[in-house]
Design a protein. Structure first.
Length: 363
């Protein structure tokens, strides 16, 4: 973690703010003190749960670990490509790749954390069977086999890495993502067909109409449900919309927990449409497809990069259908790539937690 204070002043409101509370503490303060040197009582930080997968979730976690030490990641388990897919096919295990990426994102910025982050992300290069396998994938699967418990094994890896938070799979059952896609075959642009597998769905040249999981209505990991119910804030996204964000809403226990929790819910939008999966999507269309898959989903805040929203009124109208306010903030890196800047995103989350949060147990 860097010692720099998140930049808070650049968040721009576009709708009247909701109920506010006193400021939450951030990780930038010393553990025994609040800002200004006043004593801070034990546990003075929000409980945050982040839902997603892949690089989008990693970006969110890298930001959130800067402002709270009570952080849980709930990760999709439908990956079927690369090292994860090979391990899944050969050993019948959950795909470990997105879980590994989440653990790496939770590593600290000190030498220990960054060394272990590099180690678990390292991929072997060879002419044999180990080619492109990630070290972290092999470590996670080995502990699953040794301990026979997904959650206990991930907790142990997190302890080894010194992770600033906990990582949980959304389900203990390996899942297959299937999508109805119009024009998956460019030679038949009007035909709708079922496309199977997360890797294939993510790269389809067609228009994704909807997604579902196989098996249908999979059971959620109980610890993931408990984390959502016990949270002060739940963060959904950013990430691959159909393959990393929406799948959480297709797990009935998780969707019920999102409805029942007293936590506030923030949706973090992507910086740009994803080639293939969401090609040509406007920010408001991301919300529309989310609503089609989970019509009863309620949100409190929709966070978007101010430079990625050409039509603010349309996004505001789409957010209102979920009961949400819109917050615009500069959260992208300044190098021109569609990637989130951890400190800018941390500043945006920090501001949202302060301005929209209920008076929670961390106050």
């Amino acid at each position: 973690m860097t010692g720099r204070t998140p930049r808070l002043s650049r968040l721009r409101r576009v709708v009247p703010e909701g109920r506010g509370g006193r400021p939450a503490e951030t990780r930038a303060a010393r553990p025994e003190q609040a800002r200004g040197g006043r004593p801070r009582r034990r546990g003075a930080q929000p409980k945050v749960v982040a839902l997603g997968g892949g690089m989008g979730l990693s970006a969110s976690l890298a930001a959130l670990r800067r402002i709270t030490g009570d952080l849980t990641a709930v990760v999709t388990v439908a990956d079927d490509g690369g090292s994860s897919g090979r391990l899944r096919d050969e050993l019948g295990v959950l795909p470990p790749g997105d879980l590994r990426k989440a653990l790496a994102a939770l590593c600290g910025d000190d030498d220990w954390g960054q060394t272990w982050a590099r180690v678990i992300q390292h991929r072997f290069q060879s002419q044999g069977d180990l080619h492109e396998h990630a070290v972290g994938n092999l470590l996670i699967v080995a502990l699953w086999e040794q301990l026979g418990d997904h959650v206990q094994a991930l907790d142990l890896v997190g302890k080894l890495l010194g992770a600033h938070g906990r990582v949980l799979p959304m389900s203990a059952v390996p899942l297959e993502l299937q999508a109805l896609v119009r024009g998956h075959d460019p030679g038949r642009p009007d035909e709708v067909e079922t496309v199977r597998g997360q890797a294939t769905v993510a790269l389809t040249p067609g228009e994704v109409q909807s997604v579902h999981l196989v098996p249908g209505a999979p059971p959620a990991v109980p610890e993931a449900v408990d984390a959502v119910l016990d949270a002060d804030w739940v963060v959904l996204g950013p990430g691959s919309w159909f393959s990393s964000v929406i799948p959480h809403l297709l797990v009935p226990d998780l969707l019920d927990a999102l409805a029942e929790t007293k936590a506030r819910r923030v949706l973090s939008l992507n910086l740009a449409p994803q080639p293939g999966e969401t090609e040509g999507f406007s920010p408001q269309r991301h919300l529309e497809v989310l609503g089609r898959h989970a019509p009863k989903l309620a949100l409190d805040v929709v966070l978007a990069d101010e430079a990625a929203v050409p039509d603010r009124d349309s996004l505001t109208d789409a957010a209102k259908r979920f009961g949400a306010a819109v917050e615009l903030a500069p959260v992208a890196r300044t190098d021109g790539t569609p990637r989130h800047d951890p400190e800018l995103l941390a500043a945006a989350y920090d501001r949202i937690f302060r301005m929209h949060g209920r008076i929670g147990p961390w106050r």
